[in-house]
Design a protein around this ligand. Structure first.
Ligand SMILES: NC(=O)c1ccc[n+]([C@@H]2O[C@H](COP(=O)([O-])OP(=O)(O)OC[C@H]3O[C@@H](n4cnc5c(N)ncnc54)[C@H](O)[C@@H]3O)[C@@H](O)[C@H]2O)c1
Length: 323
């Protein structure tokens, strides 16, 4: 069965998805849209598809089976709504939006149409995460600490808060999402931030560092650190402190479990984007959304979690998380 794919946004992550999709049988690239025509042309030359600079034109001219929305966070302006109107299942990159009311309206429309959607939280497809997930229902986790501490990403929009949402919303969102995936729903957050370390970067107004403390429904808590100011190698991952073991999840590919009397180390070997894209394409082909580990509905909750963390940071107040 052939699946006709179109892309809105042909930048960094879009090309990573195209590479993964090119390994999946039946996928045919039919449309490449980017406001930067050259990017759409480069993608089209490599993978195929008509070149567009206007997504409305692409969606009305091509009969897409699925659409990939790989836009910078600030650029979500009607693309999802038009896919829903036309009944086109889509995979959208995180963060799904910067405006929670607009994201909620999109979610309502998705539910009305019962449309298959997926969101780019590819870490959920890790075998190492499947391996540790059952530990979280044993009820003996005390707390966790998470980090995404490194340098500033190079894309021009990242350093502007109104364009990216800041590090918590744009980048550390993978850690926030993983904490929800493993622990369940957060109920309240508090956060602090630091600025002033990045005076050498022009046009920069995001926080340099933050710490977000979060309580979950069952009383478990965690602190998630973010930092984009490092000039030396940083740290990314989560440490989970259970009564009978400590699990270190590092650099999004390695798990070390210390049981006291033995240490177990396991490594992720799978191609995560291939797994994520295979799940989405199969879900569409077979009309089985249960293959997808992060839907728009689920990712909406991670968006709210991170936006509440931003709000706590600004207001210096505990924020209750309401979906
Ligand atoms: N899942 C992951 O691990 C992962 C990794 C990287 C990026 N991302 C996310 O993917 C999104 C895109 O990031 P990126 O690194 O690819 O950014 P990018 O800047 O490399 O690419 C974005 C592309 O979108 C195009 N664009 C902007 N506005 C447009 C519009 N209105 N219509 C059509 N095209 C438009 C730009 O010209 C650019 O080519 C971000 O939300 C980012 O957070 C996710």
């Amino acid at each position: 069965m052939e699946i006709k794919v179109g892309f809105i946004g042909c930048g960094g992550i879009a090309n990573a998805h195209m590479n993964a999709l090119s390994k999946i049988e039946g996928v045919k690239f039919v449309g490449m849209c980017d406001i930067d025509e050259n990017r759409a042309k480069i993608a089209s030359e490599k993978f195929g598809g008509e070149v567009y600079t206007d997504y409305e034109k692409m969606l009305s001219e091509l009969n897409l089976d699925v659409c990939y929305i790989c836009l910078p966070p600030f650029a979500h302006k009607g693309q999802e709504e038009l896919c829903i109107e036309k009944g086109i299942p889509f995979l959208v990159e995180k963060p799904i939006h910067l405006n929670k009311n607009k994201a909620k309206k999109i979610l309502e429309k998705i539910k009305e149409k019962n449309l298959i959607t997926a969101v780019g939280y590819q870490d959920r497809y890790q075998d190492i995460i499947d391996y540790i997930k059952p530990f979280f229902s044993e009820g003996n986790l005390g707390f966790f600490t998470g980090w995404w501490v490194g340098g500033m990403p190079g894309v021009y929009w990242w350093r502007r808060k109104e364009m990216s949402g800041g590090q918590v919303v744009e980048q550390t969102t993978h850690i926030f999402d993983m904490s929800r995936y493993l622990l369940g729903e957060p109920v309240e957050v508090f956060a602090v931030k630091k600025t002033g370390l990045m005076m050498d970067v022009e046009n920069y107004d995001v926080e340099d560092a933050s710490a977000v403390s979060v309580y979950f429904e069952d009383g478990t808590f965690g602190i998630i650190f973010s930092g984009c100011f490092l000039k030396v190698p940083g740290k990314c991952g989560i440490d989970f402190y259970f009564k009978d073991k400590v699990i270190e999840y590092t650099e999004r590919y390695k798990i070390k479990i210390n049981y006291g009397n033995k240490i177990e180390e396991i490594y992720e070997k799978g191609d995560l984007l291939l797994k994520e894209n295979t799940a989405f394409i199969e879900a569409v082909k077979t009309k089985n959304p249960s293959l997808i580990k992060s839907s728009y509905e689920d990712a909406y909750k991670t968006l709210i979690f991170t936006l509440c963390a931003n709000e706590a940071m600004e207001k210096k107040k505990v924020i209750k998380i309401k979906y």
